[in-house]
Design a protein around this ligand. Sequence first.
Ligand code: SAM
Length: 288
Amino acid sequence: MFSYRHAFHAGNHADVLKHLVLIHSVLYLQEKDGGLMLIDTHAGAGLYTLREGYATVSQEALTGIDRLSTYLRSHTGCSELAPYLDLIQGLNSKDQIELYPGSPFILATLLRTQDRLRLFELHPSDIELLENNIHQLRRNRQIEIRKEDGFAGLKSLLPPPSRRGLILIDPSYENKQDYFSLEICLTEALGRFATGSYLIWYPILQRTESIQLPQRLKAIAEKNGRSWTQVELRITHEPSKRRLQASGMFVINPVWTLNAYLEKLLPVLQTALGENAGASYGVLNSQT
Ligand code: SAM
């Protein structure tokens, strides 16, 4: 159960897509003053060194943040990337990106005084790293870290007292059970807090559960009468290779600016991160 360590994957193309969608959604929700409850059901360690340790094993940042940075040295990007790049830049003093923020660190950095953050993580080593990484931000009053199953624990936080919330669900999907746990967790969560923004990351793999997942998530959203947006980014199409080549985000109750944001962002991401003509992207939403 504890074989997955996000440090091996930190800053890869999937992280870039996920973290951009996450930051855009939070910043939009923060345009209103009301306090936000931010929940990360599968937090990971929070902060990753890219030039030493696990991240250097398969150097996945080369498919993501490193590739994007290299591209932006000689091309114009788009303003949609700015908050994400600024946040990363704020952690790194030199030209090279040494430190990459995971979702809990991103969320903790974005907190306003009226917001709250709840983090779930089960891995015995990653929870320790997470606590150390988050405590350095000195926002302890606003942040609670739980060594609990995020799928099971989410419902205990819903609905949040402020009735405004964003929930990131980012399992590792190493275990097939994650696909089923996700559906149960989401159904329960929507039953308690139908108006929250739910951001669900998923890998695109040649595995039945993975292929079926977006359809199943759509069915859950529609059964609950909620709007949704599905975005996918592929960096190459090489079916014979086993590495992760594409991923998606399924967002329930997306912020209303998300589609316009993605329309500008995705062509840039496809060009910057795409490795060959197999690169592509797609966006679907409940209004199309
Ligand atoms: N959200 C992180 C980010 O974007 O930086 C990455 C999270 S990683 C994909 C998934 C994490 O969930 C791993 O650190 C794993 O140990 C943890 N995990 C696995 N099963 C869990 C569960 N049932 N509840 C909470 N955490 C879990």
